[in-house]
Ligand binder design. Structure first.
Ligand SMILES: Cc1ncc(COP(=O)(O)O)c(C=O)c1O
Length: 394
């Protein structure tokens, strides 16, 4: 059996993490993997999460099955968080899935049933897992223009021109906020135009919402997904609680479907449940129950929002400091985009060669496309990091 198999390529983010762990230089710095780190370099368990876990530990009397569609209180509270009554409730349906990745996967299975072999357009570049997941799901991934490496911002005219040419057989995967890997995002006015274009062409919106609250706040970051749902008759959203609740390893996510009406939403729900039953039967409950407990208790919810703000502010401060260090040491505004970007990442625009030098000569680990996890930079180290970036050149 196995003689027919070849060794599969390793995921470059996890391969880089392995190299980093094997490096024994004390000054090494991991800006590869996308996790938030506090000022001490730790990825903390949020205080609201620990409190909720204690409550669950004391109150839970069974570990029996929850059900195919998952923890309903969790799904409902996330739907409220994302849409906050901005669209009619009976157009919405939801099921729990294992993290953002599991949610994306379940949606892809649904899309394959609805339109076998359909083209799914992803941004150029996109989160490295989008393309292989779509291929594995039997869909047809293609890129739409997105990032301009010269200006390090969205080449919106080209993006919109590509969207305007699409039709009802096209599916467009959009990062709802905090674009990964580039850090460059659509403005509210640009979201308005994207929504109008997709309404006009009938292309289907598929939103990846992995960083709600990490960019400019819970309300501001929800602008795009709300606008799309208000404008277009149907869409799907993959929500992840990995970053904003710090629940990475608990695999906590929600698939949200928005349909034209209640009957259609019911059909979507039945298909999602059917996909889940035939794939992994149901999702792990622990992370979902933590989120439900937090969101149902006003005090815990307020604490979670404060902690999320702390993380967001920390990333914004790091952006400001790194851009400041680069401005000071290079005597130019070339890297000011670092301060304008939002979310955990920025694509720095360095060559593969420069990224390799950063690793070899300075012990600084970035993905080879030069994506830097801004949330992984130690606060006092922005001068040192800036000097290393300028030392290796582009
Ligand atoms: C754009 C994007 N989508 C989805 C995910 C998946 O998140 P999860 O860890 O919840 O599967 C990530 C995580 O890095 C991401 O950056």
């Amino acid at each position: 059996m196995f003689e027919t198999l070849k060794k599969a390529p390793v995921d470059k983010i996890f391969a880089l993490l392995g190299e980093y762990r094997a490096d024994d230089r004390p000054q090494k710095l991991d800006l590869g993997i996308g996790v938030y780190k506090d000022a001490t370099g730790n990825t903390p368990v949020m205080r609201a999460v620990t409190k909720a876990e204690k409550r669950i530990f004391d109150a839970q009397t069974t570990k029996s099955y929850v059900g195919v569609s998952g923890n309903r209180g969790f799904c409902d509270t996330i739907v409220d968080l994302v849409f906050a009554d901005r669209i009619e409730g009976d157009r919405i349906t939801s099921v729990q899935a294992p993290g953002g990745t599991g949610s994306l996967w379940v949606i892809m299975q649904l899309l394959k049933r609805a339109k076998p072999g359909a083209t799914v357009w992803i941004s150029d570049p996109s989160w490295p897992n989008h393309y292989p997941m779509l291929e594995l799901a039997g869909l047809n991934p293609q890129y739409y223009p997105y990032f301009d490496p010269e200006t390090r911002s969205v080449k919106f005219d080209e993006m919109l021109a590509a969207l305007d040419k699409m039709g009802p057989n096209d599916i467009v995967l959009l990062h709802a906020c905090c674009h990964n890997p580039t850090g460059a995002n659509l403005t509210p006015e640009q979201w308005d135009q994207v929504a109008q274009s997709m309404k006009r062409t009938g292309a289907f919106p598929f939103l990846d919402l992995a960083y709600l609250g990490f960019g400019d706040g819970l309300e501001a970051d929800a602008y795009g997904v709300r606008k799309m749902a208000q404008t277009c008759p149907e869409l799907m959203v993959a929500f992840s609680a990995s970053k904003n609740f710090g629940l990475y390893r608990e695999r906590t996510g929600v698939v949200i479907g928005v349909a034209a009406n209640k009957d259609s939403a019911n059909i979507v729900f039945s298909q999602l449940a059917n996909v889940i039953r035939a794939s992994f039967s149901q999702s792990p409950d622990h992370g979902a129950e933590i989120v439900r407990v937090i969101m149902d208790d006003p005090e815990l919810r307020a604490q979670w929002e404060d902690e999320l703000k702390e993380m967001r502010d920390q990333v914004l401060t790091l952006r400001k400091n790194l851009a400041g260090s680069l401005r000071k040491l290079s005597n130019s505004d070339e890297f000011d985009f670092v301060e304008q970007h939002r979310g955990m990442f920025s694509l720095l625009g360095l060559s593969k060669d420069a990224v390799e030098k950063l690793k070899k000569q300075h012990g600084i680990y970035l993905i080879d496309d030069s994506r830097a996890n801004i949330a992984g930079i130690p606060e006092h180290d922005t001068d040192k990091l800036a000097a290393a970036i300028l030392d290796v050149g582009k």
